[in-house]
Design a protein around this ligand. Sequence first.
Ligand SMILES: Cc1cc2nc3c(=O)[nH]c(=O)nc-3n(C[C@H](O)[C@H](O)[C@H](O)COP(=O)(O)OP(=O)(O)OC[C@H]3O[C@@H](n4cnc5c(N)ncnc54)[C@H](O)[C@@H]3O)c2cc1C
Length: 427
Amino acid sequence: MAGMKCQLAIVGLGTAGAAAAAAAAGRGIDVIAVDSRPLEQTGASWLNGVPAWAFDMAGFERPVAPELRGTESRFHLLGGWGPERVRLEGPLEVDMRALTERLQLLAEGHGARLIGQTRVTGFDASGLDTTAGRIDAEVILDASGLTGINLLRHPSVARADLCVASQSVHAIASPEGAKAFVKDHGGELGDVICFSGVAGGYSIVNVRVEHDLETVSLLTGSIPASGVPGGVELNRRFREEHPWIGDTLSGGSRAIPLHRPWTRIARGRFASIGDAAGMVHSAHGSGIAMQMLAARLLADTLADGGNPWDYNVAWQRKWGGLLAGADLQRRFVQHLQPRTLRAMMRRGVMTPAMLQAPLQQRPPRPPPAALLRALPGLATMPRSVRAMVPTLARGEALMLHYRGYPSDPAKLATWSRRLARISGTVD
Ligand SMILES: Cc1cc2nc3c(=O)[nH]c(=O)nc-3n(C[C@H](O)[C@H](O)[C@H](O)COP(=O)(O)OP(=O)(O)OC[C@H]3O[C@@H](n4cnc5c(N)ncnc54)[C@H](O)[C@@H]3O)c2cc1C
């Protein structure tokens, strides 16, 4: 493969890189993408919740079975181990192995050259050094994830901003036990039962028993830097306590970056996407929707004659504020105890009107009537909970601030200083 040339070189073929390859090749861009793993093993190997609207907006078909593993089912968000809860509509449950394969096939169908088992070992201003030779490209996209090549030299992510999550699918050893579990927690087969705040405010144990009682999906996650067990340990403990859960069929675990997106996701001919760019809706550690949307934006920008900086500006203006606001929500819930979460639910502070939009990765704009209804309950809560209202207001301020992301790089330092003041965080 010595001495290849292309318009767009992509490092990493997880969901982010595969979506970018598919979108860009679909717009007629000459793409070469490499991944250090075999192509059928790239990216995430678990099931992820993804809102349906993101597929539509990114211009990818919505998933169908077997890629689609669960529809927008009822989502019971319990405070701690319950019984207090808020009932919401969940996102689609999607098998990442199948989605990544679909995006890769789409990219190849549009003429992209995808190369597995090829590691990028270095880079300079014009291209990449790989274990299979040199690739020179007009634009180079870092889709190599949280621990990849870090083309843009982003700072390393603080441990306090890392969620360790685990997702697994298991056979059901005792259908009777599974049925009883769902019933005892006030749900029905196919519903998501999500226990929140069980290992620190930002933590979940999320259980979904399939209608056919053949399998159960488990999703666990927390921030271990706060001294709590991580997602892998939460998964193990939950299974130990629930012997109706049988053998592991699939799954995986990893850290998810929760900080707000990096302030700058392009420099010169380099750009980044996905976990490498910090493109995660950190209220629940979701990366897939945002990376598909970014892939579309990058493809359109380049196909219309733009450059990586134009992509950066367009992306920050369109999505940066939403994700920075989600990071504020994450920081807010991170300190809540299960008893506080339960009280918020009992007193009408945490309601579907407050939570549905963030779960679907929409701006958290509760209708004024819902806010008014929450106020009496809120007034009885400690100051740390009353901070919810200023958090929502700061989220709105962030959305506004990101809409004014400067097109002139020379103005970025001033813009970033104001961002740090509103968000309370620096890059
Ligand atoms: C357990 C768990 C549950 C999750 N649940 C959800 C969810 O419900 N909804 C949601 O939206 N998100 C969820 N996420 C987050 C989501 O899975 C990630 O945001 C997403 O998988 C990141 O994709 P990526 O393509 O950016 O990076 P990755 O999946 O990390 O892909 C990067 C690729 O780059 C390759 N690579 C790295 N370095 C090099 C190199 N030097 N040369 C060549 N190739 C390289 C790697 O082999 C890899 O294939 C979850 C994460 C976890 C861990």
